[in-house]
Design a protein around this ligand. Structure first.
Ligand code: UDP
Ligand code: MG
Length: 319
C-alpha cells in the first residue's frame, strides 16, 4: 500500500461548464494512480472557488456530497485572482496531504502526465514542473506574447522555468518552505524556483479549453507580467540610474556642439546657456531619482522578509 496522499488543487473562477468534467477526469486520474499503487486511496481533488458569480460553488458542494472522500472544496469570500486562489488551495492542502499537483480547471494541461510527475516525486524530486513543448493550440498572439514574456523576465533577472505555467507538483516539504514567503504580491512561477530542492520537468502539449472562456484577457496578462517583474526585480530602477548617467555623458557632447555653434556664430542669443542647462539639469535629475530608487529597491527587498535559505537535510545524531 502506498501512503502518499495526493491533493490535486484546482482554482476555479466561473467554471460551471467545466466543473463536472474536471471532477470526473481528475477522479479518474486518482483512481488509476491508486490502482497502480502510486498514491494513497484517500487522495483528493481540492476545488478552490475564487469568488465565482455563477454556480461553481454549488457544483463543488454537489461533487463533494457524491464523492466525499475524493472531492473537497474551499470557497473564498470574493475574487482574489488565480495566483492567490491557487496559493490558498496549496496552503490548505499542505495540512492534509503529502504531495500536491496544481492544475487549471479547464484541463488545458495534460492530466496524463500527472502519473509521470508522481514517479519523479518518488524518485526524490520535491518539485516537478509541467512544461509545454508545443503551443499549437494557442493563438498567434498568445504564443508570441507569452514567449516574449519569459524572455523579458529572464533579462530582468527573474528565474522562471521556460514555458511552464502553474501546472506543477510540490511535495509537502517544498510547500512548507514556500509557506515561509510572507509577501503579498504573489508570482508563483518566480517564487517556486527560489525554493531550490531537487526538481525535474515533465513535457506535454497544451490543449484547447474544453468548455467556457479564458479568464485571462489581455488586461490580466499584462498585469501578471508587470507584477512578475515588479515583484522580483529592481532592474527597472537600475535602468533609471544608468539613463541618468548616460544623459550626463550626452551633456558633454551637447556642450561641444553648443560651443562650436556659438563660435561659428549663427545662434540666437541665450540658446547656448539654455540648451546646456536643459541637458545638465535633466541628467542630474534622472541620476538623483535613480539613486533614491536604489534605496527604495533595498527597502523593498527587506520588507519582503523572504527566507534567506531553505534547509534540506540536517545530520545530527542520526542513529
Ligand atoms: N482563475 C481563478 N481566478 C481568476 C481567474 C482565473 O481562479 O480570477 C482560474 C480559472 O478558473 C482557471 C485558471 O485560473 O482554472 C486559469 O484560467 P484560464 O484558463 O482562464 O487562463 P488561460 O488558460 O486562458 O491563461
Ligand atoms: Mg486555461
Amino acid at each position: 500500500m502506498n501512503n502518499d496522499r495526493l491533493a490535486i488543487v484546482v482554482p476555479c473562477y466561473n467554471e460551471e461548464e467545466m466543473l463536472a468534467i474536471s471532477s470526473e477526469t481528475l477522479r479518474g486520474v486518482i483512481d488509476e494512480l491508486v490502482s497502480q499503487n502510486k498514491i494513497a486511496a484517500d487522495s483528493f481533488i481540492l476545488f478552490v472557488d475564487d469568488g465565482s458569480k455563477d454556480n461553481t460553488w454549488s457544483l463543488i458542494e454537489k461533487e463533494h456530497e457524491a464523492h466525499p472522500e475524493n472531492v473537497k472544496g474551499l470557497k473564498l469570500s470574493g475574487n482574489v485572482g488565480h495566483q492567490y486562489a491557487l496559493t490558498a488551495g496549496l496552503l490548505k492542502a499542505m495540512d492534509y496531504s503529502d504531495v500536491t499537483v496544481s492544475i487549471d480547471a479547464d484541463l488545458q494541461d495534460d492530466v496524463s502526465v500527472i502519473s509521470e510527475m508522481i514517479d519523479k516525486f518518488h524518485e526524490g524530486n520535491e518539485i516537478v514542473y509541467g512544461v509545454r513543448n508545443d503551443r499549437g493550440t494557442d493563438s498567434f498572439f498568445k504564443r508570441n506574447s507569452a514567449q516574449a514574456f519569459y524572455k523579458i523576465m529572464a533579462k530582468m533577472g527573474v528565474k522562471t522555468v521556460y514555458n511552464h505555467a502553474d501546472f506543477r507538483l510540490m511535495s509537502k516539504k517544498a510547500l512548507t518552505e514556500f509557506s515561509k514567503y510572507e509577501e503579498s504580491n504573489l508570482f508563483l512561477r518566480g517564487m517556486v524556483p527560489l525554493l531550490g530542492f531537487k526538481s525535474d520537468s515533465v513535457y506535454y502539449s497544451r490543449k484547447e479549453r474544453v468548455a467556457g472562456k479564458s479568464k485571462y484577457p489581455l488586461r490580466k496578462m499584462i498585469s501578471l507580467a508587470f507584477n512578475g517583474i515588479s515583484s522580483f526585480s529592481v532592474k527597472p530602477i537600475e535602468l533609471i540610474t544608468w539613463m541618468g548617467g548616460l544623459i550626463i555623458v550626452c551633456c558633454f557632447l551637447a556642450a561641444i556642439y553648443a560651443f562650436v555653434s556659438y563660435f561659428t556664430g549663427n545662434v540666437e542669443k541665450g540658446w547656448t546657456s539654455l540648451i546646456l542647462s536643459i541637458w545638465f539639469i535633466g541628467g542630474v535629475q534622472l541620476l538623483s531619482i535613480g539613486l533614491i530608487g536604489q534605496y527604495i529597491g533595498k527597502i523593498y527587498v527587506e520588507v519582503k522578509h523572504r527566507p534567506r535559505y531553505h534547509e534540506e537535510k540536517w545530520l545530527y545524531d542520526n542513529k
